[in-house]
Design a protein around this ligand. Sequence first.
Ligand code: WQD
Length: 329
Amino acid sequence: MIVLVTGGAGFIGSHTCIALLEAGFKVIVADNLCNSRVEILNKVMEITKKNIIFYEIDVTNEHSVDRIFSEHHIDGVIHFAGYKAVGESVKEPLKYYYNNIISTIVLVRACQKYKVQRFVFSSSATVYGENEVPFKESMILKPTTNPYGESKTISERILIDVSEANPAFSVALLRYFNPIGAHESGLIGEEPNGAPNNLMPYITQVAKGKIEKLRIFGADYPTFDGTGVRDYIHVMDLAEGHIAALIHLKEGIHKYNLGSGKGTSVLELVTIFEEETGIKIPFDVIDRRPGDIAECYADVRKAREELNWYVIRDLRMMCRDAWRFEKNI
Ligand code: WQD
């Protein structure tokens, strides 16, 4: 089975390429390298001893995308390519709406033209908005707090409508919670451009001495220790969730939460990281970050029941693997 992975040089995309290759799939990557490096694909090939066909293209470009579909018999698409910085999306909404939505439309049109019937979409827990935790796939989505989240909601809507009009077009909407960690080799991992937005790369850069202190955004949330609670999932567990979705994909539209089902606070994660690495993480508590919610964690029953998928790596492994990678870069 040949799978086109857009954004395959990115953090989640590259880890998913490893899982795909190790599961025996053939992989084609389309990536414009705006938020990644081609060396990452070389590392994936080094780890798996398998080859990847790479196209350096922008997936909003219909001609570039059509060329890939005309040159290969593609059996399925996993669409990761997209901008994902919440704060940046507030400052540059058009950039986010155009890139994240047009890329989805261009890919779906190519799938229709070349009769590709399997489409796995990289969605996000952000689409739930301010719903009650644990988030369930059947929930009515509420407005998110940012254009990034809205671009994911709109892309989901497009895929739902196309699949309802063409039931043979099978779609999995995978709603990620908080992916962290790195492949056990330490050769690939999370490499934010510039100062990290997300918690774990911030922690590892403090541990490495690149940043002096962690700033904890608020300790006055209605959570057990006042700091934000999130559902952290090892990026390799998340990657393997995509294989499960591809293998089990049936006709129509299917939404799945990919999370651990467990909420962990900022302070808890910092403590676990310190215990696993023996490194103290100094921090200051500052004001809440605009747009943050108090708690976000998944109801994970559907993926377990329908995909026979659930997380197998725990928080301690996430911390160890993230730190091993940070030490190598
Ligand atoms: C986690 C917790 C922060 C940084 C985002 C996107 C989401 C998805 C994952 C793409 C929160 C706190 C963080 C820091 C902190 N991305 N924090 N100091 O915001 O839950 O999710 O990334 O799909 O769509 O919204 O992740 O890692 O930024 O924050 O205190 O320096 O850590 O307040 O409670 P988030 P995060």
